[in-house]
Ligand binder design. Structure first.
Ligand code: IMP
Ligand code: MG
Length: 180
């Protein structure tokens, strides 16, 4: 285990078998529909690769890059779109893929922007993790890997100041690894 990790919440094997189940749900729900999965970078990158290889459906992949944290462990409240081109999803059924649903601001802002500017047939949300807390925005996940307590986690795509995304498990950072 990495030196900065206090404890592991979910090991790789547990995550991957959970992804098997989510992939089955997605195949059941989108069979025969034009599906585009929009992954939110950077956090959704690992989930995108592992989940979508389990979904045996014809689908398209798009990505959007946003920034909502500006270095700390609390989301800043503003969501910055780091690209000008929006995904081509006109008339398509869309699943937004992200690492975690926390305050909900990020996914809410992205869903609103895509709904108003890109005219998709539908939008659903899939996240690996969902924090047990009150959301700041009206948004919920349609597919969820795991519900977790309201603590700061890293690994499997989730970062602290850009680090730890490549850990194959989800872990809680030691307090001494967090620099305020
Ligand atoms: P929200 O807008 O508050 O829902 O935050 C969503 C974004 O904040 C996610 O896409 C993550 O990038 C980041 N985030 C939220 N909680 C954590 C965490 O515990 N660890 C790492 N990143 C997090
Ligand atoms: Mg992030």
């Amino acid at each position: 285990m990495h030196n900065d990790i206090a404890s592991v919440l979910h090991h790789e094997t547990t995550i991957l078998s959970r992804l098997d189940a989510i992939a089955r749900d997605i195949m059941r729900d989108y069979d025969g529909k034009p599906l585009t999965v929009v992954a939110i970078l950077q956090g959704g990158l690992i989930l995108m690769a592992d989940l979508l290889r389990r979904v045996q459906l014809p689908l398209l992949i798009e990505t959007i890059t946003v920034s909502s944290y500006h270095g700390g462990t609390e989301s800043s409240g503003t969501v910055t779109f780091l690209q000008t081109r929006l995904p081509d999803i006109n008339g398509r059924h869309v699943i937004l893929l992200d690492d975690i649903l926390d305050s909900g601001r990020t996914l809410h802002a992205i869903r609103e922007k895509l709904t108003t500017e890109c005219r998709p047939a539908s939008i659903r949300i899939c996240v690996l993790l969902r924090k047990r807390k009150q959301r700041a925005c009206a948004v919920e996940a349609d597919y969820t890997g795991f519900d977790i307590d309201d603590e700061f986690v890293v690994g499997y795509g989730l970062d602290y100041q850009g680090r730890y995304r490549n850990l194959p498990y989800i872990g809680v950072l030691k307090p001494e690894a967090i620099h305020s």
